[in-house]
Design a protein around this ligand. Sequence first.
Ligand code: COA
Length: 166
Amino acid sequence: MNPEEIYIRQFKDCDLFGLIELLNDLENQELVGGSLEPMNEAEVLNWLNLKRSDEGTNIFAIICQDEFAGYVLITSIDRINGHAVFGINISRLFQGKGVGAIAMKHVHDFCKDSLSLRKLVLYVREDNQRAISLYKRLGYKSVGSLLNHIKANESYIANNVMEVFL
Ligand SMILES: CC(C)(COP(=O)(O)OP(=O)(O)OC[C@H]1O[C@@H](n2cnc3c(N)ncnc32)[C@H](O)[C@@H]1OP(=O)(O)O)[C@@H](O)C(=O)NCCC(=O)NCCS
């Protein structure tokens, strides 16, 4: 896939359908720690508007060949100390095609150049090998683990904490 065809931008009305599908994909929702309840159009719009109206949050749609491919999220923006928390969620159709890495590089540039952040922190389930592999490739280092933190089947698994300096 041509990297120039992958970019991030503010959400538009035309992204809503893709976002509804994404937030109703239980496999993805489990990986990002989202709601596992079905969400209708109004609930998804409300979810999006809450993020858009929060001063400490930035959300961008990931666009791939003119189609909605997912979103990236910057939360808990701390301008005094220069850090924030990163999140990403890519629709299954667009996974495994290198979209994540390109979207993340755009977010890193935005955080450094527009928000003057120094570093990003993220949380990732210990069993999410695809995500961990991508994060390591982009320079994230593990800085600890919240043990027995997430319910998975009948037991609990760890949530790893990773960070990158921009
Ligand atoms: C995790 C995610 C951001 C990765 O983005 P992506 O564009 O799909 O990334 P890729 O498929 O190119 O894969 C990244 C790496 O995982 C590897 N990989 C792919 N499928 C894998 C699998 N099933 N198991 C283990 N590793 C896998 C790839 O080979 C690649 O390795 P590399 O970085 O060493 O080259 C994306 O798949 C996603 O949003 N998934 C659903 C939600 C999620 O997990 N969000 C992150 C929560 S912390």
